[in-house]
Design a binder for this molecule. Structure first.
Ligand SMILES: O=C[C@H](O)COP(=O)(O)O
Length: 276
């Protein structure tokens, strides 16, 4: 799938490849529907030119189906250049008496390249705390996959002016023990909780400011060069209508899309965002 306008300049010091991801969450309700969605995405984005490229003018696309659909979706997307990831993993053990758990090695063996860690719905509904999220991040890296570490503040924290503090604290705790070298495989997703599934997109200038704050803090945790190479996605009610302006911001390198990723045409339009 070709970019629809002139690519972001590649002469900048750290040309980060855009990454658009679709988090299907607890959707759809059957394997038939999941295959239909994956095949729809495949037919709309079907072009192998981006499959093996990490060039900044080529957008990486990943989808995160529910566990039972992963294998089939991997098959549906074979040869299309769209990656597949898992929405979580169990971080405590690889095997044993853990009813309902799914290990990193299981999803790796299915062909997953990415795992979501720390999504706000995991933090609130499933009580994943920063210690568990940190273990997941480390486990994903250890198993040769890439974590998409989700961070972000609640509406109350945003209103109290605590956005930067919350994001920094989550980064410090969730990235503990992750080396600078490993950060090349880590994607950060800034997802203000108040914008998730609400239709309220964070204003682009606010999102850019937070992304820059996150990048500057990564430079404190690591170094400037490492921070400048990390890809930071925005997530929260992203739509075909909002994606172009978001992606025009200098520190926004991609989007983590929920609801709009469940409609192949909308997701394809977001992946084919117009570069400004
Ligand atoms: O993982 C995706 C985010 O939670 C955003 O979801 P949303 O696009 O439905 O607001």
């Amino acid at each position: 799938f070709a970019p629809t306008a002139a690519p972001r300049t590649t002469t900048q010091l750290h040309a980060r490849q855009p990454i658009i991801a679709g988090n299907w969450k607890l959707n759809p309700s059957s394997i038939q529907e999941a295959d239909g969605l994956a095949k729809g995405v495949a037919s709309l984005l079907g072009d192998e030119t981006c499959a093996s490229s990490s060039a900044a003018d080529c957008t990486e696309v990943v989808v995160f189906p529910p566990f039972p659909f992963i294998s089939s979706v991997v098959d549906d997307l074979a040869g299309v250049g769209v990656g597949v990831g898992a929405q979580s993993i169990f971080h405590t053990a690889e095997s044993g008496a853990y009813t309902g758990a799914v290990s990193a090695s299981m999803v790796t063996s299915l062909g997953c390249q990415y795992v979501l860690c720390g999504h706000s719905e995991r933090r609130t509904v499933f009580k994943d705390d920063d210690e568990a999220i940190n273990k997941k991040v480390l486990k994903v890296i250890e198993d040769g996959m890439r974590p998409v570490l989700c961070i972000g503040e609640t509406e109350e924290e945003y209103d109290a002016g605590l956005c930067a503090d919350v994001c920094k604290l989550q980064l410090a705790k969730d990235l503990a023990g992750v080396s600078a070298a490993a950060m090349k495989d880590v994607v950060i997703a800034y997802e203000p909780v108040w914008a998730i599934g609400t239709g309220k997109v964070c204003p682009c200038d606010v999102a850019q400011t937070v992304h820059k704050t996150i990048r500057d803090y990564l430079a404190e945790l690591y170094d400037r060069s490492t921070a400048d190479a990390v890809r930071i996605q925005y997530g929260g009610s992203v739509t075909p209508e909002s994606v172009d302006e978001l992606m025009a911001q200098p520190d926004i390198d991609g989007c983590l899309v929920g609801g709009a990723s469940l409609v192949a045409e909308k997701f394809a339009r977001i992946c084919n965002f117009v570069r400004k």
